[in-house]
Design a protein around this ligand. Structure first.
Ligand code: AMP
Length: 215
């Protein structure tokens, strides 16, 4: 968990790789559907462009479906889900029926000014989804991904008006989840500022603990 720009996608991918966990992210699934132009893509496109949450009925169906297919004996990193209390309850119910549960909710904390700076300079690979950060006013030197050669693009919902809306949605709808998981003693808080590996190490360390502040 964390506001847009906190580094959820970057860190979820690193942590999943290091701990051999599956990585499930509704934002990635929705963006892929939009670029395929399929039925799901048409359903979610307008919400994403406005910086709003996709309706719960769609999101819950997609995520619970992809959890069934996420083959990892070790577990799953959920990145960007749940994003409101209703989704959290639906997830708890579905996992409970299989005698499973959320182990930890990692809350990545980043100062708001830093969030806006990061989002306005973010470029993504259209193939492997890797994020790259450049000075907000500068274009990347090459527009292909250093990792796989895919074309780099800026997310349409990273434009300033939409970033503001996404931050608002986060504070109104998602931040109540902090208390939801704190009450279950599953919340771990991690400072998301600093280098990518530095933050990743904090998260790995925090996953071994509960109810502590890992700044
Ligand atoms: P993200 O890549 O996590 O920043 O998500 C991009 C966009 O996808 C969000 O602004 C929402 O429109 C949509 N989205 C991602 N996760 C969820 C979710 N759990 N519930 C509803 N909409 C979501």
């Amino acid at each position: 968990m964390g506001p847009p720009g906190a580094g959820k996608g970057t860190q979820a991918e690193k942590v999943a790789g290091e701990l051999n966990l599956a990585h499930v992210a509704p934002g990635d699934l929705f963006r892929q559907a939009v670029s395929r132009g399929d039925e799901l893509g048409n359903e979610v496109k307008a919400y994403m462009e406005r910086g709003e949450l996709v309706p719960d009925a769609i999101t819950i169906r997609v995520i619970l479906g992809s959890l069934v297919n996420a083959h990892s004996g070790n577990g799953v990193v959920l990145d960007g889900f749940p994003r409101n209390i209703n989704q959290a309850r639906a997830l708890d119910d579905a996992l409970g029926k299989q005698n499973k549960a959320i182990d930890r909710a990692v809350y990545i904390k980043v100062d708001q000014k830093e969030l806006v700076r990061r989002l306005s300079g973010r470029w993504l690979c259209s193939e492997c989804q890797a994020p790259y950060f450049y000075d907000a006013k500068a274009e990347p030197k090459s527009n292909s991904c250093p990792n796989c050669g895919g074309k780099l693009y800026q997310r349409p919902d990273d434009k300033p008006e939409t970033v503001e809306k996404r931050l608002q949605v986060y504070f109104d709808e998602t931040s109540p989840l902090i208390d939801y998981y704190r009450k279950q003693n599953k919340l771990v808080e991690v400072c998301g500022e600093g280098g990518i590996s530095e933050v990743k190490e904090r998260i790995i360390k925090a996953l071994g603990t509960t109810g502590v502040n890992n700044n």
